[in-house]
Design a protein around this ligand. Structure first.
Ligand SMILES: Nc1ncnc2c1ncn2[C@@H]1O[C@H](COP(=O)(O)OP(=O)(O)OP(=O)(O)O)[C@@H](O)[C@H]1O
Length: 263
């Protein structure tokens, strides 16, 4: 295991504690995401993965501990701070607007300045045509990158789940984040779709750092540079996939817990 690095991490959690009433969801959790890496967070059911993800995107505030972005402390992170910080996320519930086309759903993910124009347009207010054109072409390019541009003018409910997941990913990517947070990106996908997702995540890592929280062990093992393992709210191991695979604490944590295999 080796979490020490010469480079400044793009994101850190340090000694984070979260409790819900009497339930300790995270206890003294520290992790770092390094530039250009895909970092995975895994753990058995109830280990605290979703809570950790929610802390990273400002949905849950830790009782104690700190978050940092490029070495600068983040105080009281809120979801609406993410674009300003160059961060973006996808959620388990995809959160797409059913009555808006795929293209409009993706345009909504564009940065705040440009988005003002889009929202104005959607609300029937005067908007900057130049802004809208720029955002539209970026959104179309993102759809094309994820090979779903053929669905640009469809409504999400008419599309297969795997395509809708890509739309949600496109919406997160359109702002060109330097840190992408993915919550259970493989859930509900077939084995082939998961292989494709793995290739896509690796390709994304050329432009952005990625932190993903995921149940599917095989995906995490194949796609991540490093992995943090949670159990009962604590980090019990971190390291490369090869190190994690052999780690006695990880094997013990998963003993008696069914590991989700992709194949
Ligand atoms: N809003 C909440 N209120 C009360 N307890 C909560 C809440 N959210 C999470 N918990 C508890 O915190 C602990 C960690 O839950 P969390 O959902 O973060 O784990 P997880 O690893 O994501 O689990 P799973 O893999 O089952 O989704 C669990 O004991 C859970 O019951």
């Amino acid at each position: 295991m080796n979490s020490l690095s010469e480079v400044t991490p793009v994101f850190t959690m340090t000694d984070v504690d979260v409790s819900f009433g009497g339930i300790v969801a995270l206890s003294n959790v520290s992790l770092d995401v390094r530039p250009g890496e895909v970092l995975g967070v895994i753990g058995p059911n109830g280990a605290g993965k979703t809570t950790l993800f929610n802390v990273a995107c400002g949905l849950v505030h830790p009782r104690s501990g700190t978050l940092g972005r490029h070495g600068t402390p983040l105080t009281k992170l809120r979801p609406h701070d993410l674009p300003r910080l160059g961060m973006s996320r996808t959620l388990q519930g995809l959160g797409l607007f059913d009555r808006m086309t795929v293209l409009d759903n993706v345009m909504i993910g564009a940065d705040r300045t440009a988005r003002t124009g889009i929202l104005a347009g959607l609300l029937g207010l005067p908007s900057s045509a130049a802004d809208d054109d720029a955002v539209r072409s970026t959104a179309l390019a993102t759809l094309k990158q994820l090979r779903i541009d053929a669905y640009a003018h469809r409504l999400p409910p008419s599309l297969p789940y795997a395509v809708r997941k890509r739309v949600a990913l496109a919406r997160a990517l359109v702002s060109e984040p330097s840190l992408l947070l993915l919550d259970e990106p493989a859930s509900g996908l077939s084995s082939d779709e998961m292989d494709e997702l793995a290739r896509e995540i690796r390709a994304l890592a050329e432009k952005t750092s990625v932190m993903l929280v995921e149940h599917h062990m095989d995906l995490v093992m194949s796609v991540c540079d490093r992995i943090f393992v949670l159990d009962f709210g604590k980090v019990i191991a971190h390291g490369t996939p090869a190190e994690i695979r052999e780690d006695p604490a990880v094997l013990a944590a998963y003993l008696g817990n069914e590991v989700t295999h992709d194949k």
